[in-house]
Design a protein around this ligand. Structure first.
Ligand SMILES: NC(=O)c1ccc[n+]([C@@H]2O[C@H](COP(=O)([O-])OP(=O)(O)OC[C@H]3O[C@@H](n4cnc5c(N)ncnc54)[C@H](OP(=O)(O)O)[C@@H]3O)[C@@H](O)[C@H]2O)c1
Length: 197
């Protein structure tokens, strides 16, 4: 689900192209860690936005540039991008607009409620009145995209980042951990074989 969300956001909504400057906001979680690697596999130059403790991890999965959101607001640096995927997007929509190149696209997968309302109500208006496009979406899992991801995984172009593993009996703790919104990559539930339970 996380990988297909990243894939559909970048490829189908963002129309990612080789050589484009792509920024992933919220790059260190379940969707973001796939998004960095998928964007790289499409030949993009990738900037990952995450907190200090995740900078090295983002570099380790081939992000070309990293921005620590606790130190720097990328919407105010003057740097511009062709495609921004907001996985955990908490900036005002006009900040994202400022950080886009002319003709660029902003795609929102998730983030704050304020941003979601802004993109639903203001996104179409901004998209109609200028060259910058604003879209949000709900990922649609399907066999074709799972096969696409399977190929990227089998060829090693994408490697899942796994934070913690919990046994099935501790699934409640696992969900609580994920709900904190600071998991690094994915959290795995391990189902024991031959278990009496
Ligand atoms: N549109 C769709 O179809 C679709 C599908 C799946 C998921 N989603 C949505 O996408 C979002 C992300 O899903 P996910 O599974 O990747 O979540 P997740 O794994 O819980 O994301 C956790 C990551 O978010 C980062 N984060 C938290 N606050 C941030 C901030 N202010 N700026 C940048 N990064 C921040 C954290 O990094 P730090 O610890 O470094 O802060 C952490 O690594 C969720 O809102 C989810 O509901 C949408």
């Amino acid at each position: 689900m996380a990988a297909v969300t990243a894939l559909q956001g970048l490829r189908d909504k963002g129309r990612i192209q080789p050589g484009q400057k792509v920024l992933i906001d919220g790059a260190s979680g379940g969707v973001g860690t796939f998004a960095i690697q998928i964007a790289k596999s499409f030949g993009a130059e990738v900037t990952a936005v995450c907190s200090t403790r995740n900078l090295d991890m983002a570099r380790s999965i081939a992000a070309d540039h990293v921005i620590d959101y606790t130190q720097e607001d990328f919407t105010k640096t003057g740097q511009r991008y062709d495609l921004i995927l907001a996985v955990n997007g908490f900036h005002p929509i006009l900040g994202y607009k400022r950080a886009l190149n002319a003709g660029g696209t902003f795609v929102m997968a998730g983030g704050g409620m304020a941003q979601l309302f802004q993109i639903i109500f203001l996104g179409p208006l901004i998209s109609m009145t200028g060259s910058k496009k604003f879209v949000n979406y709900v990922a649609q899992p399907n066999q074709k995209d799972l096969e696409f991801m399977a190929e990227l995984l089998e060829t090693g172009k994408v490697k899942p980042v796994i934070d913690r593993r919990y046994p099935l009996s501790e699934v409640a703790q696992a969900i609580r951990y994920v709900e904190d919104e600071h998991a690094r990559g994915k959290v795995v539930i391990t189902v024991e074989h031959n278990s009496k339970t």
